[in-house]
Design a protein around this ligand. Structure first.
Ligand code: PLP
Length: 480
């Protein structure tokens, strides 16, 4: 066989396997078959001196790797905030690899560069943002947060007469960064990476995890210096949204910059039934979101948006002779996200949005939120189960009454049972000091029947954990 024949045969084999994986029940069960020891036994070994045939390598990966998959694309998977992958997105992701396009410059992939421009317009439109907003495609919301906050740092220090991107932070005016106590870890990390950790002022949150406006005003009035505010749209546990309109107005009155972490919550702007919850979104200065959660594209894909393109570009500026020669000065993706060579992610965004259209995105978002409300109201009707958040978007937080008062032990038994049974998957968090189950509805395939199966699995697991405790307790009492 020639080299192209061998390549074609390998891809056909993987295509056949993919067909089986998406068709058969395995992709539908959420149980992880192998544990860490088994996976280490199968994978952790020295690099062999002699290589293997590609077919053998791939089939080894399938047979040893499949038991270690977390089937987060299954419609009953409600863990973290993950979502699945539309077939059109998976197929385009594959094409992107087959084409092996480097999405850094127009010169390295003319099509990816121009597609990114059109996808940027579509996203601005879907999110209802001002038309001049600049857009970068990133690995995820973590890098998008870094991008937005780098632009913010550039702009507020420039307003104070300091060019941080030429002169660094030493000797710079000292900025203040107001951040909700409920902010995501990637916001804190971005602030650390930008050298601003010492300037953070945490702001208290209300019972939904939203920034408290009173606490915010208090921080605003008791601090001085160039101002950056990190607001949140879609708390990672409760899905709650900070009071954006007031935050943006008060910040702008003081010449500050509002960065919004909207990893999944941004998409609420595209859902007619929930759009009102993100009112004020368009008034911010930068936004970070991702497509691999709620838009259901495969990992990884994030999006950084900025209302001040000059600050965006200044913060991420690259300059080298060989680049200028290659680009001719027109738009290049490299100027809008921290990566240089990168996957041509814009192609997957283009295909998925083109497939869904505006109505398809609206339907996805509204459907997930409706299902989250159904899930919440059914669970809340069960004895011993309480939904503790206002279900404004797609997130549901659930507390279970523990028969012995050991809430953490009871919840961990419920989580174990659910994860083992393979219908549904969920994971715990601590919400205001209480062990709480967090459920997220964000998969394109999830329907009412899937939600009913999840409810049944959770109620059964709660009953089982309750009766386990009772039957285990009985013999002990005999000794008292
Ligand atoms: C998931 C998430 C992030 C991080 O996004 P990645 O895409 O995982 O990098 C940031 N903020 C919030 C609120 C999130 O839910």
């Amino acid at each position: 066989m020639t080299a192209p024949d061998r390549a074609a045969s390998l891809l056909t084999t993987v295509a056949r396997y993919s067909e089986r994986y998406v068709r058969d029940g395995r992709a539908d069960s959420t149980r992880v078959e192998a544990d860490r020891d088994r996976l280490r036994a199968d994978f952790v070994r020295p690099l062999p001196r002699r290589g293997e045939e590609p077919h053998d390598v791939v089939s080894e990966l399938v047979s040893r790797g499949e038991p270690g998959l977390l089937h987060s694309g299954a419609p009953t998977f409600l863990g973290f905030v993950m979502g699945g992958a539309y077939p059109v997105a998976v197929a385009t992701e594959w094409l992107t690899s087959v084409w092996d396009q480097c999405g850094a410059l127009y010169a390295t992939s003319p099509v990816a560069s121009v597609v990114e421009e059109t996808v940027a317009r579509w996203l601005i439109d879907l999110f209802g943002l001002p038309s001049g907003v600049s857009v970068g495609v990133t690995t995820g919301c973590a890098t998008a947060n870094l991008t937005g906050l780098a632009a913010a740092r550039h702009a507020v220090l420039a307003d104070a007469g300091w060019n941080v991107d030429d002169d660094g932070l030493i000797g710079a005016p000292v900025p203040r960064i107001l951040v909700s106590k409920g902010c995501h870890v990637t916001v804190s990390r971005a602030i650390r990476l930008l050298g601003l950790a010492g300037q953070v002022y945490p702001v208290d949150v209300d019972e939904q995890g939203r920034m408290s406006l009173l606490a915010f005003i208090d921080r605003l009035e008791s601090t001085t210096g160039p101002l950056i505010v990190c607001a949140q749209v879609g708390n990672v546990d409760s899905g709650s949204v900070d009071p954006l309109t007031d935050i943006c107005r008060l910040t702008h009155e003081r010449g500050g910059w509002v960065h919004v972490d909207a990893a999944f919550g941004m998409w609420a702007a595209a859902g007619p039934s929930v759009r009102r919850h993100v009112a004020g979104l368009a008034a911010a200065d930068s936004w970070a979101t991702d497509a691999h959660k709620w838009l259901n594209v495969p990992y990884d894909c994030g999006i950084a948006l900025c209302a001040h393109p000059d600050a965006h570009r200044a913060a991420l500026r690259t300059s080298a002779e060989y680049l200028t020669v290659a680009t001719g000065g027109d738009r290049d993706p490299v100027d809008y996200s921290p990566d240089m060579s990168r996957r041509a992610r814009s192609l997957v965004l283009w295909a998925t949005l083109r497939h869904l259209g505006r109505d398809g995105v609206a339907d996805l978002i509204d459907r997930c939120c409706r299902l989250a409300r159904e899930l919440a109201s059914s669970l809340d009707d069960e004895p011993g189960i309480t939904v503790v958040n206002d279900v404004v978007l797609n997130q549901v937080l659930v507390r279970f009454d523990a028969p012995d008062g050991d809430a953490a032990g009871h919840l961990s038994r419920i989580v174990d049972t659910v994860q083992r049974c393979g219908t549904g998957w969920a994971s715990p968090t601590t919400w205001f000091g209480h062990p709480t189950l967090r459920l997220s509805v964000c998969n394109w395939q999830t329907d009412s029947a899937d939600i009913d199966r999840c409810i049944a699995a959770l109620v059964d697991a709660h009953r089982e954990a309750t009766s386990l405790h009772c039957s285990a307790a009985a013999p002990l009492e005999e000794f008292v």
